[in-house]
Design a protein around this ligand. Structure first.
Ligand code: GUN
Length: 281
């Protein structure tokens, strides 16, 4: 029997209805949630991402501002804009789209964002809060992946989860979230000698590598939950993930599609973080 689809589009729609209701209640109290999105440069993928984020804000009844700057923008000017947004009472979340041009120190920029407005969850403080189990902003992509795993109704506790990828934005926080949910967690990466050895034992696999066909059907335990964070192009230029979807679908119990999987959930969790930031103030 082919795997059940975990639709990020459908789950997002459901969650965004609740988000819009809560946003309307805040707006009625004069506290409309507000997100500032900053894009430096003309990276085409980033342009699409920021447009989608701002549109999602509008659809949920949030206030949003999109600030676009030339790739030559000085770091000091970017830090000055962040400082102004930190003090702006209409703004509850600040997102600086990555990647930034090479002359700008991304770590410095991330740390300049007020920890109360760090809705990406990328700061050292947010990372520490996640690691120690304290409340705080969780990075949106792994947070969305957790919601997708939870939506299957399969208890995470006691399961073996394998995360492929160790980035600060996805792989590492994903592993910590699964650990917090009482899974036994293995992190695999480019230096793991026998990836299949690990993935074949996994009840939950999260692929976050950025290379298509990283996870093939022979690497998946029958009935496993497979979450595909990848965003790649195939030879025809069509969007695809890190998972060989059509073949893995025949083995897995649940699987996320690309597109329509993790992508919309990332934006949904950005809305959740921004809403909860506004509710806190
Ligand atoms: N670039 C790719 N994904 C993200 C994200 O989730 N947040 C930010 N700020 N930049 C990104």
């Amino acid at each position: 029997m082919p795997a059940q689809l975990i639709s990020g589009t459908q789950l997002s729609q459901h969650l965004r209805e609740d988000i819009a209701r809560r946003a309307a209640a805040l707006t009625a109290q004069g506290k409309q949630p507000g997100l500032a999105v900053i894009l430096v440069g003309e990276d085409p993928a980033s342009q699409v991402y920021v447009r989608n984020k701002v549109k999602a804000c509008g659809d949920a009844g949030f206030h949003s501002v999109l600030e676009k700057y030339d790739a030559t923008m000085a770091q000091a000017d970017l830090l000055a804009r962040i400082d102004a947004l930190n003090r702006d009472p209409a703004i509850h979340g600040i997102l600086v789209q990555m990647p930034l041009p090479k002359h700008i120190d991304a770590n410095k920029v991330i740390e300049a964002i007020s920890t109360r407005k760090d809705v990406d969850g990328f700061s050292v403080l947010s990372a520490g809060e996640l690691m120690t189990g304290l409340p705080g902003f969780r990075p949106c992509t792994p947070y969305g992946c957790m919601k997708m795993i939870e939506s299957t109704g399969v208890p995470i506790k006691g399961k073996h989860a394998v995360v492929i990828g160790r980035s600060n934005t996805v792989g590492k926080p994903m592993a910590l979230l699964l650990l917090q949910a009482n899974a036994t967690v293995t992190i695999c990466h480019s230096n793991t000698p026998d990836l299949a050895l690990h993935t074949r034992q996994a009840d939950i696999v999260v692929a976050a590598v950025g290379r298509r066909n990283t996870l093939t059907a022979d690497m998946v335990k029958p009935g496993a939950i497979v979450i595909d964070v990848g965003m790649n192009r195939d030879d025809q230029g069509k969007l695809c993930g890190d998972v060989d979807f059509s073949a893995v679908q025949q083995v897995a119990g649940w699987i996320t599609p690309v597109p329509g999987g993790v992508g919309p959930m990332t934006i949904t969790m950005l809305l959740v973080n921004t809403l909860e930031s506004a509710e806190r103030i």
